[in-house]
Design a protein around this ligand. Structure first.
Ligand SMILES: [Fe+2]
Length: 329
């Protein structure tokens, strides 16, 4: 065969594999192209994604109009994501995806104190000494004194772990959402002592509604779900040799523990937020009621990589309106 004829035959053979004959052959063609990728894990993930996506379209017999809406929804998730808001993470949480990834990747089959990172962690929180306050501008709410212990699976305290803490105000805003709060208000970084302990002071957080101005709001309205998270404090614990742990400790008195919009509450993370009335507080300037919280975290051995911050800055302009959705009975 001449060189020209061989080239023509090759071109024809390669083109015929991509001439689409029917839906099943189409899926096969896409999967075959994925096999060309060099990275085996990438191939595994993408092949599974294509199988499930094509299977989803078949199972639902997705119409063209529905497909166009779905594409618009995905685009909107990205368009709404800014330095101070992450609609993608919010959507993943609202579908239970974040909780599933967390539960499958932590504890090695045992109970875990790991939880979701959430969309509100910012890197660079200021250092706080043991017993110090993370309140950086006047913030309403009752004082809370938090003590937490970080241990390994054998029950030994982990010394020198870096612990970021952050939470919403009693008015339901993280500082990044709220121009009225100082930069990094209700955020801090502590290091565990020789017993694996940190202690800090703040104001007791309230449950808060997640933002519903985008596709996440549409999702919740369609299902008749409320948009509240039970009150909680976030922890991010990092120590070389251990798997970086994200956690949240939920307030035992919150009415929305069983209907968390992010599906994140586990039994290990319902914390006892104890109200003290008429008792002396750890700090002399507290005269009225106050709360205490004590909680234990267990680290597993593993990768100590830091996560990528879902946001990097603070919102500007006015304080956003908080919208509450009703849960349909
Ligand atoms: Fe949160």
């Amino acid at each position: 065969m001449s060189a020209t004829a061989t080239a023509a035959a090759n071109a024809s053979a390669s083109a015929s594999a991509m001439i689409i004959e029917n839906p099943d052959q189409l899926s096969g063609a896409v999967l075959a192209e994925i096999e060309r990728a060099a990275d085996p894990r990438w191939r595994e993930i993408m092949a599974a994604a294509v199988r499930h996506l094509h299977g989803f379209v078949r199972e639902t017999q997705l119409t063209e109009a529905e497909f166009q809406r779905a594409c618009g929804l995905v685009a909107r998730l990205g368009q709404l994501t800014t330095a101070s808001h992450n609609e993608v993470v919010l959507a993943a949480g609202s579908l239970g995806l974040s909780a599933l990834v967390c539960l499958l990747n932590n504890g090695g089959g045992e109970a875990t104190t790991a939880n979701l990172l959430g969309p509100f962690w910012r890197a660079g929180a200021p250092r706080v000494e043991q017993g110090g306050s993370i309140v950086r501008s006047p913030t309403p709410g009752l004082p809370i004194f938090v003590t937490a212990w970080v241990r390994d699976r054998a029950g030994h305290g982990v010394e020198g772990a870096e612990v970021d803490v952050w939470h919403s105000s009693a008015e339901g805003y993280y500082e990044n959402q709220d121009p009225a709060q100082a930069d990094m208000n209700l955020r801090g970084k502590l290091f565990t002592d020789a017993r694996g302990r940190i202690a800090f002071r703040s104001v007791k957080p309230a449950g808060y509604p997640i933002p519903v101005h985008g596709p996440v709001g549409d999702l919740l309205r369609a299902q008749g779900r409320h948009n509240l998270r039970p009150a909680h404090i976030h922890f991010l614990i990092n120590k070389p040799g251990f798997k970086t742990q994200f956690s949240q400790v939920y307030s035992s008195d919150d009415p929305n523990l069983e209907t968390d919009v992010q599906f994140a509450v586990t039994r290990a993370l319902v914390g006892q937020y104890v109200l003290h009335d008429g008792e002396a507080a750890p700090d002399a300037d507290v005269s009225g009621p106050w709360y205490s919280l004590e909680h234990h975290f267990v680290l597993d051995r593993g990768d100590d990589a830091w996560p990528r911050p879902p946001i990097s800055g603070k919102a500007e302009g006015g304080r956003p309106e908080l919208t509450l959705l009703e849960r349909r009975p």
